[in-house]
Design a protein around this ligand. Structure first.
Ligand SMILES: NC(=O)c1ccc[n+]([C@@H]2O[C@H](COP(=O)([O-])OP(=O)(O)OC[C@H]3O[C@@H](n4cnc5c(N)ncnc54)[C@H](OP(=O)(O)O)[C@@H]3O)[C@@H](O)[C@H]2O)c1
Length: 223
């Protein structure tokens, strides 16, 4: 699979390492252009770099892994017809306040899907620390394999991403459509907690729409 990535930060680089190890082709991009990415190229053997538009056009699937507040800076037409992986989280201190999110009226992935309206958005990779992506990946069937939540409205895109995750080293739990993805947004019980499939299903079920847990209330959360 060809995986284009809008972003070259922590999540982008971690997904790139896993995907390259699994035999995929990956192109990363950033906001400043590929001439600023020599350290990315030398740090991740085999990775390709390009402009954000290059990466969008390159990918069979395209991961959008930039600070949430900037998602509308990515032109929607670049991603028409594609599966778009949404790893984004809303942090008001970083992203500014988004009233509809503050009022729990929508989800980050629904907002992306409204912008990328001709794409199939899949929420994935948002509920794991980038450093854990490379550390916790395990072969299919490993006893200590971690599960990650996935949400999407399009069944085929969701299945495609669940298969991709399996190849990268993770089980998946289907958390429903994009309007259910709040269950694994920031400060929910499943957010960035290492869990197997059963544990993740329980954590998703325990989430409450308007309740945001402090880190201390989420067991196993790393500092
Ligand atoms: N870090 C984690 O552990 C983690 C875990 C789960 C989810 N997330 C979420 O995933 C998203 C990315 O997080 P991150 O930690 O990987 O971010 P990061 O390390 O801060 O990197 C952000 C990247 O996005 C690029 N970028 C920003 N605007 C862009 C644009 N318009 N076009 C192309 N590239 C653009 C930046 O490039 P420039 O430097 O050129 O601006 C940079 O390469 C965030 O929403 C975050 O909340 C992060």
């Amino acid at each position: 699979m060809k995986i284009g990535v809008i972003g070259a930060g922590f999540i982008a680089r971690a997904v790139a390492q896993l995907a390259l190890a699994a035999g995929h082709e990956v192109m990363l991009s950033n906001s400043r252009g590929p001439h600023t990415m020599s350290s990315v190229v030398s740090g991740i053997p085999g990775v390709q770099v390009g402009s954000a538009e290059d990466a969008a056009r390159f990918g069979d699937v395209v991961l959008v892994a930039i600070p949430f507040e900037h998602y509308r800076s990515v032109p929607a037409q670049w991603l028409e017809g594609k599966t778009v992986l949404d790893s984004n989280n809303y942090y008001p201190d970083r992203d500014g306040h988004w009233p509809a999110l503050d009022r729990f009226e929508t989800t980050t992935s629904r907002l992306l899907a409204e912008h990328f309206s001709q794409s199939h958005v899949v929420k994935v990779f948002n509920a794991i620390f980038a450093s854990d992506l490379t550390q916790d990946a395990r072969p299919h069937g490993a006893a200590d394999r971690r599960a990650l939540p996935v949400a999407a409205d399009d069944a085929a895109a969701k299945a495609q991403v669940i298969q991709l995750l399996d190849g990268l080293g993770f089980d998946a739990v289907d958390a429903g459509g994009l309007d259910e993805s709040w269950r694994f947004e920031r400060a929910k019980p499943a957010y960035c907690v290492p869990l197997d499939k059963a544990g993740l299903k329980a954590a998703l079920a325990a989430a409450e729409r308007t309740v945001q847990l402090p880190p201390a209330a989420r067991p196993h959360v790393k500092p």
